[in-house]
Design a protein around this ligand. Sequence first.
Ligand code: HEM
Length: 322
Amino acid sequence: RPVWFPSIFGGPPRPAVQPPPQETPERGKPGDGPSDADSITRAESKQELEPTGPKTAVQIPVPLPVVQHEAGPDAGRGSPNADSSPDEQTTPKASATTPEISVPSFALSTPEPPSDAPKLSAPTLMPPPPRPPTLRPPQTNSTSSSAPSLSPAPRRTGNLPIPPRGQPGCSTLAPPPTHSSKPAKPSRAVSLSPGHSPLDWARLSGHPTADLRGLPPGTPYLRVTPSMLKRQTGRKGKDAWTVLGGKVYNISPYLPFHPGGEPELLRGAGRDGTRLFGEIHPWVNYEGMLAACLVGIYVPEEEGDEAAGGAGAVGGDLEAMD
Ligand code: HEM
C-alpha cells in the first residue's frame, strides 16, 4: 500500500509491487489474518484466553470456534463461582473479562470501571467517545444504569448561561417590544349585577319555549317598518327594538345582561344597529343569544303590516326565511 503514494503525488514512476486487485483477495483469505484488524484482535484475545481455556481452540481462526472456546472456560469457571447466572454461559462474556487484564489496548480504560464489573468491560474494546466533563457522573463506581441518566440533569442546568435580567425589554415574562409598543385597547365591559351573567342569560333565553319578545302570547312575527321601529326606543314605557341583519329584536330583556352596559346597548335602540354592532363585536352570535327576543323582520314602509295599534302579522314569511 505505501507504493501507491509516489505514483499518486507525481513521484517517479515505479512499477506497482502489489496492485489493488491483488490485495483484496489476499486480505480476504482467512489464513492471512495478520493484515486484518479483526483477525488481530481475535488472535490477541485468543492468546490471552489461552491460559485459562483449552489450547486447541486457539489455532482455529474463524469466529465460530471462538464462541465455542469462550463458552468452554466460562462454563468451567462459572460453575464453581455462584455469582454468575445461568444465562451467562451462552454469552461471550468470558472474552470480555479476560482481555481486560492483559490486552494493551485496555490500559486506557482500565482505571475507569472496576475489575469486578465484567459486563462493563466489553465496550472497552473500542475506546469510548470523549464526553464533556459536565456530563460525566461524579462517582466512578457505576452501580446502576439509571444513575448516570439522572446525574447530568442538575449539572447541565447549573452550567447553562442565565439570561440577563433586570434590563428593560429583556425579561422573559414581558411581551416582546414589538407587541408592547402599542397599548392595548381598554376594555369597555361593565360589571354586571348579580344574577345577570352571560350564563344567567343563557339559562333564561335558552329554553325552547322562552318568549322574551314582549308581545302578547301567540303573536306571529311582525313586519316592522321604519316608522314602527322609531317608536321602540326603550323610553316612555316601550320596549327597545333594534335591527340586526334584517331582523328586529326586542333588546329590553337583555339590557341588564349586556356586558357592555345598558347605555351602550341602547345606542342601537329604535334603529338599525347592524353596523354599530359589527364595529364593536362582530364575533358575538346575536342570532343565538336573542332567538327568544325575535319580534319580526325589518321591511320598507310600504310593505309593513302596521295597524293602528302598531303590529301586523308576518305570517309564514319569516319562517320561510329561516
Ligand atoms: C347595537 C348596540 C350595541 C352596542 C353599542 C354594544 C356595545 C358593547 C360594548 C361597548 C361592549 C364592551 C366591549 C369591551 O369589552 O370592551 C360590548 C360587549 C358585549 N356585547 Fe354589546 N353592544 C351592542 C349590542 C349587543 C347585542 C345586541 C348583544 C347580544 C346579542 C351584545 C352582546 C355583547 C357581548 C356578548 C359582549 C361581550 C363581548 C366580549 O366580551 O367579547 N351587544 N358591547
